[in-house]
Ligand binder design. Sequence first.
Ligand code: 1GP
Length: 255
Amino acid sequence: MRLELGRVETYIHDRLKNGPLHFVLLDPDDASPRMAGKIAAIGENAGVDAVMVGGSTGAEGEVLDAVVRAIKESSNLPVILFPGSHGGISRYADAIFFMSLLNSQNPFFITGAQALGAPQVKRYGIEPIPMAYLIVEPGETVGWVGEARAIPRHKPGIAAAYALAGQYMGMRLVYLEAGSGAPEPVPPEMIATVKRTINVPLIVGGGIRTAEAAEAAVKAGADIVVTGTAIEKVSNVKEAKKKLVELNRGIRKKM
Ligand code: 1GP
């Protein structure tokens, strides 16, 4: 059987040929459908590559559907679900990061939620993209909710070992997560060590709020940079646009 990548994963690989990517994360618990739609529209103009939708708490059901639909109606960007559990599935999304929190201590977050969600993903025809999800200190809310044994910040070798295990288990993306709103992003040394170890694309997120931080992540080896709080926290559309342009500048500096 030959592996055929889906539409969104193909889009990601095609875009990566031209340099690192910027994904914006919108949490339906924080962003209203109206605001999410607006951010997606300006994000598309500013050069954002995709929108991720999800969160650890309250990002389910009608609220989730409404945010995904608002984004689809106001932009052509792919919408990728970033679920906290099987509750984070919306039929209106294009794809889902079918992720396993490999360093959780609770098998629910490694394979349990996945088994509960898989039939729904198939029924709705959402494209699953297998991803190893690794929580690095401090881990913030997702680390606590996901019962992660967060990888110590000064132990890049542990992150690399988990990342490689994920790749060997067939996962086609690795995500290094410091946690939404983390005071400091994943250390560049850890990003660099993981990047040297794996050959699937590396996503980095959590605590990236400035062009400089985004640039540091890319320089260290991040293929895809995720930003959430930096955009969600701004008070109006004009500021969101300014922030998106600033972050994109950091991500694309090398190009
Ligand atoms: C969280 O990595 C993402 O899952 C984004 O984090 O909200 O800190 O940008 P921030």
